[in-house]
Design a protein around this ligand. Structure first.
Ligand code: AMP
Ligand code: GLY
Length: 419
């Protein structure tokens, strides 16, 4: 079968590697792909949000299965368009992807169905949002309702910061129409855990747990990024927590979406925070996390295409999904300056050397291939990933591999997986 992967970052590279291991796949296309994905798939120059272009390509090439990985095409309805054209596709439809596409929707869903989440209110104009701040304590969390490239959440440390955040989202429209509403939310303290799950709307199967690191510098300092690293399993998420989450969060979310007529079929991502008072949902995503996928997928032993097919055909309940019981860690190497301004086009060396260790895979995020060489082309450049029998072993192997890779102005965190 021919498979098309939509997207072009580290997550899509991790997916491509896993899909290439499937016994059902002869050929992989990836649109738009990147310099690393090009080594195992044919990259096609179609933007991930170009729904018509993607459908036309899948039809022309006789694609047997398309996997839509990023949030924006899912929220825009790419899956619906594929279905309408009689094409087989993995991912939630537009109706269900709203669980990530609108934070107001997801908060209201959790409130309606008693799923634990921080207290909040939704506002449609800056004046009422600012009035709500009166008498509230800081920090307080201000969130743009829609998709904002992972930058739509501001943790305001003071009243003035909160007002500035509301004004920049709602008046200055820094996130465009994603900011026509804001959610203002109680600040929660605790350790975060990401649990991704396969679900076909009838059955939900959680994957092994993970944690990502969003801040750019060691010790969780500096601005947020798309993710500077991830590891799996989480150091704190145990069987008791998993049982609690299954009963109070995961299955209730699946059932809630069914009750709303928005049955979710795909990857449901639960961003959880473990506080002193219990576990709460911070956010839902309608897809694999990036860079969580880079730490979780290397641990999947089962054929991923068989899982995707079972989700599409609503027979996930009949499947046995097998995981490696070790660990994996992914260290992101980024361009100097990221997440602010950075330069690209620097040659990268040492990737082959790093991959001499068969526990190491270097997932490409922002790279381009030219004349057989690999160059930086984005903010997050590589996700240097290793597996191991323990988390400490995986981390050590990943950091050894990082030492072998060089490009000008590279920077990375040295404390991934530490806490
Ligand atoms: P989100 O885009 O919803 O994932 O939020 C990005 C990050 O902001 C989360 O991973 C948390 O670290 C932080 N965050 C979001 N909501 C809260 C909250 N209510 N309390 C504390 N931190 C939060
Ligand atoms: N790692 C968080 C996300 O993918 O949104």
């Amino acid at each position: 079968m021919k498979v098309l992967i939509v997207g072009g970052g580290g997550r899509e590279h991790a997916l491509a590697v896993k899909i290439a291991q499937s016994q059902h796949v002869d050929k992989i296309y990836c649109a738009p792909g990147n310099g690393g994905i090009a080594q195992i798939a044919e990259c096609v120059d179609i933007k991930a949000t170009d729904i018509d272009g993607m459908v036309a390509f899948a039809k022309a090439k006789g694609i047997g299965l398309t996997v839509v990985a990023p949030d924006d095409p899912l929220v825009l309805g790419m899956v619906d368009a594929f279905r309408q054209n009689g094409l087989r596709v993995f991912g939630p439809d537009k109706n269900a992807a709203i669980i990530e596409g609108s934070k107001a929707f997801s908060k209201d869903l959790m409130k309606k169905y008693g799923i634990p989440t921080a207290e909040y209110e939704v506002f449609g104009n800056a004046e009422s949002a600012i009035a709500y701040l009166d008498g509230k304590t800081c920090p307080i969390v201000i969130k743009a309702d829609g998709l904002a490239l992972g930058k739509g959440v501001i943790i305001a440390q003071s009243y003035d910061e909160a007002v500035a955040a509301i004004n920049s989202i709602m008046e200055d429209k820094v996130f465009g129409s994603a900011g026509s509403r804001v959610v203002i939310e109680q600040f929660l303290t605790g350790q975060e855990v990401s649990v991704l799950a396969f679900t076909d709307g009838k059955t939900l199967v959680p994957m092994v747990s993970a944690q990502d690191h969003k801040k750019v510098y060691n010790g969780d300092q500096g601005p947020n990024t798309g993710g500077m690293g991830a590891f799996s399993p989480s150091r704190i998420y145990d069987e008791k927590m998993e049982k609690y989450c299954m009963e109070k969060i995961f299955l209730p979310t699946m059932h809630a979406m069914n009750s709303e007529g928005r049955s979710f079929k795909g990857i449901l991502y639960f961003g959880l925070i473990v506080t002193e008072d219990g576990i709460y949902v911070i956010e839902y995503n309608c897809r694999f996390g990036d860079p969580e996928a880079q730490a979780v997928l290397p641990r999947l032993k089962s054929d991923i295409i068989e899982i995707f097919e079972a989700v599409i055909d609503e027979r996930l309940g009949g499947l046995d999904i097998v995981w490696d019981d070790g660990a994996a860690a992914c260290v992101v190497m980024a361009s100097g300056g990221y997440p602010g301004k950075y330069d690209t086009g620097f040659a990268i060396s040492g990737i082959n050397d790093a991959e001499q260790d068969d526990k190491v895979t270097v997932f490409h995020a922002g790279t381009a291939a030219k004349d057989g060489n690999i160059f930086t082309s984005g903010g997050r450049v590589l996700g240097v990933t290793a597996t191991g029998t323990s988390l400490d072993e995986a981390l050590k192997t990943a950091y050894n591999a990082v030492q072998k890779i060089k490009f000008e102005k590279a920077h990375y965190r040295t404390d991934i997986g530490v806490k």
